[in-house]
Design a protein around this ligand. Structure first.
Ligand code: AMP
Ligand code: MG
Length: 424
């Protein structure tokens, strides 16, 4: 049976950064863009009115004694945002226009509605308006077609970390999807005839499915995307069918069914479907039955497959030791370290070891005056989730060491977020 360090070495060798993929822009905020986004349109797409008012011909105003005099004009049409008009403006005419509407042909400026001489501001098509704008300038209140950017222009560059403003810009230029480095997708399948969903009351012989919500949460904590796939019964065909679906993700996590019992069908099923076994069983407690393998995919990084033991403490300890480093590496967040994130602490009680396996014992870590202090918690073993919930670290008792007594220096693995929460 291989040890933890060798298991980590093999996982590291199999873990490659997931390739960028096409993501809906609604899901892309925070991701790093891996392909330029170019515009399919000019912006603005046409000359556009920036005011509610009257679209006019500048010359009518420039000619009116330096714009000081009111200019009477015939309103020939009306145009709101989202509308078009076929009317072509001629001298002495204007068109009633709203903010956001395309400028009609012939018009080159907008006089705001407030500049209509009193009593004429309500003038509609067929009526007269009198406009007086002492500060008139040619082309005023018109946003020119293509003045922000032009069709074909790159508007968001490869490498940018997408903020909400970029999502808006992508929407403006017609990019419904972008190519970005996205968090790995992680399918989660829990196995066992005895499992019922956690919202359901179990009858005798049944237990609630603890591992699906727990693994989903652990995956999300790593910044990856959990895809809970429900419960597979311990029958070859439904298990095979669910696994086949789960293998489309970057990582497939299974819980249960990896030991040597009559109903432990996971390793065989995975191998039958083409997943290559990299190791089965690691020398540690809890978590010994863990299975790990790889499915090569044609134009994508390989799918990593972890068969985690079903007992919830074993499941979570294996997640912390083996799955989390793999997720961090394939997300490009960290180099994979074969040395677990271990620290040294002084033990404040005593703890027993196991002859044949290293034990990862739930413990409480605390910063004392002269460094980290560790105290193991009473622990009922691989199904005692309450004990693990009170812990913020794992204390490593190497195999054959017999144990430690109060005052000895020991190796501990902080359970990152909770240790940070408590010490802050
Ligand atoms: P297994 O690894 O399938 O042999 O399961 C080992 C133990 O873990 C059994 O007592 C199972 O009932 C329990 N177990 C398996 N899967 C889950 C789960 N999803 N949630 C809670 N307990 C589980
Ligand atoms: Mg089972």
């Amino acid at each position: 049976m291989i040890d933890v360090a060798e298991a980590l070495r093999r996982i590291q060798r199999s873990s490659v950064i997931v390739q960028p993929r096409r993501v809906r822009i609604e899901d892309a905020v925070g991701l790093r863009l891996q392909e330029d986004v170019t515009s399919d349109t000019d912006s603005p797409p046409w000359h556009r009115s920036m005011m509610d008012g009257f679209a006019v011909i500048s010359k009518d105003f420039v000619d009116s004694l330096d714009c000081k005099q009111a200019v009477p004009l015939q309103v020939v049409a009306e145009i709101g945002a989202g509308e078009m008009t076929a009317s072509v403006l001629e001298r002495g005419q204007c068109i009633r226009i709203m903010t956001g509407a395309p400028m009609p042909t012939g018009a080159d400026a907008v006089i705001p509605i407030e500049r209509a001489v009193s009593g004429t501001s309500h003038a509609h098509a067929g009526e007269q308006v009198s406009l007086q704008d002492p500060h008139f300038c040619c082309g005023q209140h018109v946003s020119e077609k293509g003045s922000f950017f032009c069709a074909g222009q790159t508007v968001i560059c490869h490498g940018v970390e997408l903020e909400p403003v970029h999502i808006g810009l992508a929407a403006e230029v017609g990019a419904s999807h972008v190519v970005a480095t996205a968090p790995p997708r992680v399918s989660i399948i829990t196995t066992g005839n005895e499992l019922v969903p956690s919202y359901q009351a179990p009858v005798k012989g049944q237990i609630r499915n603890t591992n699906e919500p727990m693994l989903s949460a652990a995956v999300a904590r790593c910044g990856a995307e959990p895809i809970p796939m429900g419960i597979a019964s311990d029958h070859p065909e439904p298990l095979r069918a669910l696994i086949a679906q789960g293998l489309a993700a970057d990582v497939l996590l299974l819980s249960g069914g990896v030991s040597t019992g009559d109903y432990d069908l996971v390793p065989k099923t995975l191998e039958n479907i083409g997943v290559e076994c990299v190791f089965h069983k690691v020398c540690l407690k809890p978590g010994k039955p863990i299975w790990f393998g790889v499915l090569q995919r044609p134009a994508a990084s390989p799918t990593l497959v972890f068969g985690l033991p079903g007992n919830p403490v074993s499941t979570l300890v294996c997640f912390e030791l083996f799955v989390r480093p793999a997720l961090e590496k394939i997300s490009g967040k960290s180099l994979f370290s074969q040395d677990l994130d271990q620290q040294t602490a002084r033990l404040t009680n005593s703890v027993q070891g196991s002859r044949d396996r290293p034990v990862y014992h739930p413990c409480q870590l605390e910063l004392g005056d002269s460094g980290l202090l560790a105290k193991t918690l009473p622990w009922g073993g691989s199904a005692d989730l309450l004990a693990l919930s009170l812990a913020n670290g794992l204390l490593v008792v190497p195999k054959e060491c017999g144990g430690f007594v109060r005052g000895e220096m020991v190796q501990v693995i902080p359970l990152v977020s909770r240790f940070r929460d408590k010490s802050e």
